[in-house]
Design a protein around this ligand. Sequence first.
Ligand SMILES: Cc1cc2nc3c(=O)[nH]c(=O)nc-3n(C[C@H](O)[C@H](O)[C@H](O)COP(=O)(O)OP(=O)(O)OC[C@H]3O[C@@H](n4cnc5c(N)ncnc54)[C@H](O)[C@@H]3O)c2cc1C
Length: 284
Amino acid sequence: MIPAAFEYRRAASVDEAVALLAEGGEDAKLLAGGHSLLPLMKLRLARPSLLVDIDRAAGMRHIDERDGTLAIGALARHQDLATSDLLRARCPLLAHAASLVGDPQVRHRGTAGGSVAHADPASDLCAVLRCLDARMVVQGPAGRRTVAAADFFVGFLESALGADEVLVEILVPVPAAGHGWSYQKFTRRAIDWAIVGVAAVVEPSPEGIARAAVGLVNMGPTPLRAAAVEAALRGAPRTAVAAAAASAPEGTEPAADIHADAEFRAQLATVLTRRALEEALSRC
Ligand SMILES: Cc1cc2nc3c(=O)[nH]c(=O)nc-3n(C[C@H](O)[C@H](O)[C@H](O)COP(=O)(O)OP(=O)(O)OC[C@H]3O[C@@H](n4cnc5c(N)ncnc54)[C@H](O)[C@@H]3O)c2cc1C
């Protein structure tokens, strides 16, 4: 449980972090809250030769709104999201999901950016951000670029981030006025990772449902959208929810592990999707 030797540098800004990553090459890694990277290093599953600590880098811990878009600095802690008055008012799904991450210590140390960059399909925030059509702003030696969440998560613990890039902020379009939302997280104990989780946003219409977005946690190697459910609910009456939820496992590849087999996860996805949609509709 002792990491391999590494060099340690602290970056005071995003620019400095990018420069240090370039200096360190392929084996350099950013360190934010350390709650995913350090356990991997202790198990020697990660052996970076250089750690670039961005924990105190300036200008990366904001949560604000610009022209209908919420901007969340990569260093914002889960606790910052959970207790943000702005998020609670404008995007309660995000604040609520952050409040369910791990335990108080994890929420006070772990960062939104670290969660996203780590790209764990079991992460609460990654699937919620997929559901919310978030975009990731990343900075590398060539400048900044923006990557849609749909393109950001490319494989198990694998993102579109280059080895020389820093995730700077996460942009989330403010959900439509009058929307309903829900996050259903199935765990054995309150502080655990999700065995399966479902995030839902519903936009109502006078006839029923105008549009629904559904994000799935731990139903494949990346955070997923339940595309079949969303298609079934476009312009549908509220009574269509249970039948639509039954298609939640379509297109997923749930893993089998010590917590659940694939069949149980598929069943959970169906049940949690129905519950999430019903709760979201009750909030419209
Ligand atoms: C006991 C425990 C329970 C947990 N439970 C949950 C849970 O229930 N739900 C959940 O979603 N998560 C859970 N987590 C994970 C937690 O959310 C972590 O905070 C998160 O996964 C990583 O954030 P971090 O800031 O600690 O990142 P770090 O560990 O510092 O970094 C993680 C990875 O991201 C990279 N990275 C970090 N920041 C950036 C950046 N700005 N740009 C580019 N790359 C970056 C690092 O190089 C590293 O590869 C748990 C963790 C622990 C230890």
